[in-house]
Design a binder for this molecule. Structure first.
Ligand code: AP5
Ligand code: MG
Length: 239
């Protein structure tokens, strides 16, 4: 991967040479804006977003064996077993579009997943190490974001009835599909997801903070401003 790091990122200002970002981890509690920011970064860098939540929901929708196992666990707001999630991520990372980097959204979520990912990256002779970005937003704001969120089931665009409504209420701006609310976007399940975050994922944030190539960003700002901040820290940490 390192040889490709001198190429021009797709989607960036024409003629401006910037290195491809390599693997980026977006960490943070439910609703901080990992998915929203990942989509902004995809536009800027042209590397894929790999959301373990989206991949699991696709498995649920397709009724795969993984989806059948994950459905109830996700519905309770608990974490899907590490071995299943790691295997799913391994399959996705084997696809060629990840060669210049990728944005992992919602993975790793446990220290076991982090150890698995670190080992995998360390085994690559030419790969760049990860840059981890943790997004912070306070609890009350998160609850409002979660209960106000609407998703497009076709293109996965993310809206919010309070802060980012579609132009036509209830329908996606991109493809006109009827917007949906995630089954786990209730106050009760959100509280369980927060408990899972504090117990299992907050230690992952500390793991990457200790390793360096880590930044924490304030997620309670306009979306474009947060994205610009993430780009700036990634470029700084990659120097
Ligand atoms: P997942 O889908 O990853 O859910 P999550 O971590 O709870 O995070 P969310 O997707 O809810 O929030 P987000 O941070 O992406 O915020 P978004 O950008 O949408 O996981 C779901 C479940 O799958 C888990 O509970 C678990 O069961 C399982 N799972 C997934 N990964 C796993 C793993 N690695 N291991 C084990 N199990 C796993 O934004 C939220 C809302 O806020 C939107 O409405 C948006 O429009 C709005 N918003 C965003 N940014 C802003 C802003 N700057 N200002 C105002 N509003 C904003
Ligand atoms: Mg998300």
């Amino acid at each position: 991967m390192s040889s490709s790091c001198s190429t021009v990122s797709q989607g960036r200002e024409e003629g401006r040479k910037t290195p491809l970002p390599g693997p980026i981890l977006l960490l943070g509690a439910p609703g901080v804006g990992k998915g929203t920011q990942a989509k902004e970064l995809v536009k800027l860098w042209g590397i894929p977003q790999i959301s373990t939540g989206d991949l699991l929901r696709a498995n649920v929708a397709q009724g795969t064996e993984l989806g059948r196992t994950a459905k109830e666990i996700m519905g309770r707001g608990e974490l899907v077993p590490d071995s299943l999630v790691n295997e799913m991520v391994a399959v996705r990372l084997a696809q060629p579009d990840t060669a210049g980097g990728y944005i992992l959204d919602g993975f790793p979520r446990t220290l076991v997943q982090a150890g698995w990912l670190d080992g995998r990256l360390a085994a690559q002779v030419t790969g760049l190490p990860v840059v981890a970005v943790s997004i912070k937003v306070d609890y009350n704001q998160l609850l409002r974001r979660i209960t106000g969120r609407r998703n497009c089931p076709v293109c996965q665009s993310i809206y919010n009835v309070y802060g980012k409504p579609p132009q036509k209420e209830g329908f996606c701006d991109v493809d006109g599909a009827a917007l949906a609310q995630r089954a786990d976007d209730t106050e009760k399940v959100f509280e369980e997801r927060m408990r899972a975050y504090e117990a299992s994922t907050a230690p992952v944030v500390e793991h990457y903070r200790a390793l360096g190539r880590f930044a924490e960003v304030d997620g309670d700002r306009p979306i474009a401003e947060i994205a610009a901040g993430i780009v700036a820290v990634v470029e700084r940490l990659r120097q």
